[in-house]
Design a protein around this ligand. Sequence first.
Ligand SMILES: Cc1cc2nc3c(=O)[nH]c(=O)nc-3n(C[C@H](O)[C@H](O)[C@H](O)COP(=O)(O)OP(=O)(O)OC[C@H]3O[C@@H](n4cnc5c(N)ncnc54)[C@H](O)[C@@H]3O)c2cc1C
Length: 420
Amino acid sequence: MTEKVLIVGGGIVGLSCAHYLCDAGYSVTVIDRATIGGACSYANCGYICPSHVLPLTEPGMVKMAIKSMFKRHSPFKVKPRFDLDLLRFMVGFARRCNTRDMIAGGHALQPLLNASMAEYRKLVQHPEIECEWTEGGMLYVFKTQQAMDHFGEMDALVAREFGLPAKKLDGRQLREKEPALKEGLLGGYFYDCDATLRGRKLHASWKNWLETRGVQFIEQCEARILHRDGTGPGAKLRSIETSGAGGKHAADHFVFALGAWSPKLQKQLGCRIPVQPGKGYSITMDRPDPCPKQSMLFPETRVGVTPFEDAYRLGSMMEFVGYDDSIKPERIGLLRKGAEPYLQAPHTPRVHEEWTGWRPMTPDTLPIIGRVPRCPNAYLATGHNMIGQTLGPVTGRLITELITGSKTILDVKPYAVERF
Ligand SMILES: Cc1cc2nc3c(=O)[nH]c(=O)nc-3n(C[C@H](O)[C@H](O)[C@H](O)COP(=O)(O)OP(=O)(O)OC[C@H]3O[C@@H](n4cnc5c(N)ncnc54)[C@H](O)[C@@H]3O)c2cc1C
């Protein structure tokens, strides 16, 4: 008899799990408390970025974070409050901000990044998938010597440790590479290994395709109460009570791809999931003239630029403000301002969408992929931080291999929740 898998959460990670589990012959249902692909995966920058090999735990990050907390217009923000989980998260993060841990984290991330890129390359070959896939690389642009020198040091480290050198460009080469940039910028670094896609299109076309292959999607259906076989360690999960359609959902295996909501079910799952919502914003508008042809990051203002076929997006910010989904005009204003020093036409008046999403952040900025410790038929696929769009496919593949019991394409130990 065909075994059933219930996937809770239909972001890029849940969709990816559905794809590989469907390929492996399971009967798959995906439930989501809201809409499929409608949360953090909806309007992110769309970078598929093997170049992002270094975790965020850079030396000096804590100093930078503390400094920026006192600046009104900083892209980094923490809402001061008493929250033990946030405090633990911050301490855990701070503890890892050193070169040794950062490099170790990079060695854990790189195989995931490369494997996911390989999965994407296969996926986008399918005629059913539409996502504006472009393998155009990623350009980092600088105005100041200090920022460029700092990036240069990181680039040298990435080249040495991970065999991933960027091409260094002076101001003239920068403008040749991207004519939409202003004149007079100092220079940049170009990584040719990255790609860009449009998440909203990917998720819609992928969902449609999976439906034709028998995957069931149920929206407005929130997992609330988990029912186990018994109370002891090792008791299997049997069913989940939900809001909305369906009531109770039974299955043989359960995948929790809850993104930033993951801690909400941690008590019932019986393990601590130290995920914090890291709020970011994007604004999508008409294409400016000249429109960048190249995805770009401006590290000095921390703004990312993504050109699409019929639109143009700026994205950034990292706020630890709990589950607050308000969109403050001054934060959107900061995105526009952050692009102004670099682009001839940094924004356009006709806005398609202002958006915010909660990144599922972990203290070591590595994802959580693996079995729930004391529940043999439940799996966690979460904590993808700033690169969940990139890491979706490899996560789906690994979760499927864990469920089928086959050899995983890479060692999953570094991503186990037990590391916390
Ligand atoms: C501004 C910004 C830019 C970004 N740019 C990039 C980028 O360029 N490249 C990249 O790789 N990553 C990027 N990211 C990060 C990326 O968007 C996230 O890492 C990724 O979307 C996380 O995917 P997910 O499926 O885990 O979470 P989500 O997309 O948030 O999905 C989780 C789903 O679970 C559902 N859910 C939660 N609780 C329940 C429940 N109890 N029952 C049922 N359903 C539930 C939610 O409704 C949601 O749909 C960016 C993020 C932001 C904010």
